[in-house]
Design a binder for this molecule. Structure first.
Ligand code: SF4
Length: 384
């Protein structure tokens, strides 16, 4: 298969709640475990013999059913994902695991538990700061989850199974890190919307299949030296973002997205789990100490320092920070991105959006103006 054929396969995987690889896995007797937030280690599902599936809402058209249980203050990501769960689109799952990512995700859990047919439910209480003294709390929560899964699914999740799971997930992360490194090139062989599609596919399909396809794609991309035209390179940061079409809108205006500092993006694959030592401790440390997201208290300085380094490593011209409108969790970080950008001169564009909103008229206009602004600044800079 060539590059576009493989990218088409990944596009098919992410466009429906139930993709053909998961369907095949289930028809072979396999189980699927759903989870909401990237602080829930997917390795635990794999160690239980299940396929981990990160909840998202592809093809959801409205939130009518969810709005019966969720107020309009709840973000559209939660309302759309709960809506298709209530429509039975996730009934193929054997379990759902949520956590206190935010109050809105917590509400989602209550509706899943009481109003869907998914038989197993669990909730993780995760600390809001990654201080060393709190690691044991997080690890205890993972131990409780493992116990509940062993009991419900009559499986054993021991060091051996966890170790095998770490190796499989590390292989997927290694493929995504190699893919992302190609985007440092002056002419990256893959666009941001294509790269995000591949990363999202790794969240919702068996990783054995994912790794096989990813290795063929990487071989095709490695030899792809075709020049790519664009006017400005962007880093996209902020909150939940699992819509490649949102990046495509930016790229259709002449931008090129070279990195996603988001939970469906780099936070999913940056940093491997060490394969030496106690596997559950290593899993807990990797998830607990990684580059923090906005839900973690006092996390902005570490996050911004990381963004500044990425801007340099990926030769980016500007930062686009986005969030879903009602997302209180990311509101503070977006304000700080703007404030920092003003003080240090980093071109920064902040965008509020609705989940699966489409249209994107306003996004197009603002990205066009942002690109022109960057171009005029670099022109003035060159004239000096
Ligand atoms: S987008 Fe924000 S408000 Fe919505 S579930 Fe995620 S963190 Fe919570």
């Amino acid at each position: 298969m060539n590059k576009s054929e493989i990218l088409n396969v990944f596009q098919d995987v992410v466009k429906e709640p139930l993709n053909s690889y998961v369907e095949q896995w289930i028809s072979g007797g396999g189980k699927v475990g759903g989870y909401y937030c990237s602080l829930i280690p997917a390795e635990i599902f794999t160690a239980a013999g299940m396929v981990p599936y990160r909840i998202r809402g592809p093809r959801s058209e409205d939130t009518a059913l969810a709005d019966v249980y969720l107020s309009s203050n709840v973000c559209t990501f939660v309302r759309h994902t709960v809506n298709i769960a209530l429509q039975g689109e996730f009934d193929f799952m054997s379990g759902i695991v949520c956590m206190n990512g935010c109050d809105q995700a917590r509400r989602a859990y209550e509706v899943w538990k009481q109003k869907t047919k998914v038989p197993f439910h669990a909730f993780l209480s995760v600390p809001r700061t990654s201080e060393e003294r709190l690691l044991s709390w997080y690890k205890e929560e993972l131990e409780k989850l493992i116990e509940a899964m062993e009991k419900h699914f009559s499986v054993k999740i021991r060091s051996q199974e966890l170790h095998e799971a770490i190796k499989l997930h590390n292989a997927a992360r290694a493929n995504l890190i190699r893919l992302n490194d190609l985007r440092k090139r002056p002419s990256p062989p893959i666009s941001g919307s294509e790269a995000l599609t591949v990363t999202i596919a790794a969240h919702v399909m068996p990783l054995k299949n994912f790794n096989e396809l990813a290795e063929v794609l990487l071989a095709a991309l490695n030899s792809d030296q075709a020049p790519r035209k664009y006017r400005a390179r962007f880093i996209v940061s902020g909150g939940e973002l699992d819509e490649p079409e949102f990046l495509k809108v930016m790229e259709d205006q002449g931008g090129l997205v070279v990195y996603e500092d988001t939970c469906f993006g780099a936070r999913f694959y940056e940093e491997q789990v060490p394969e030496e030592g106690d596997p559950l401790t290593k899993i807990a440390e990797r998830y607990f100490y990684r580059v923090p997201c906005a839900r973690m208290v006092n996390s902005f300085p570490a996050r911004y320092a990381n963004v500044e380094q990425i801007m340099t490593d990926f030769h980016a011209d500007g930062l686009i920070a986005q969030r879903i409108k009602q997302c209180i969790v990311n509101a503070g970080h977006l304000y700080n991105f703007t404030r920092r950008g003003r003080s240090n001169g980093m071109p920064t564009l902040v965008l509020d959006r609705e989940y699966l909103a489409g249209g994107y008229g306003q996004v197009k206009t603002r990205v066009q103006a942002f690109i022109e602004n960057i171009e005029s600044k670099s022109k003035k800079g060159a004239e000096l």
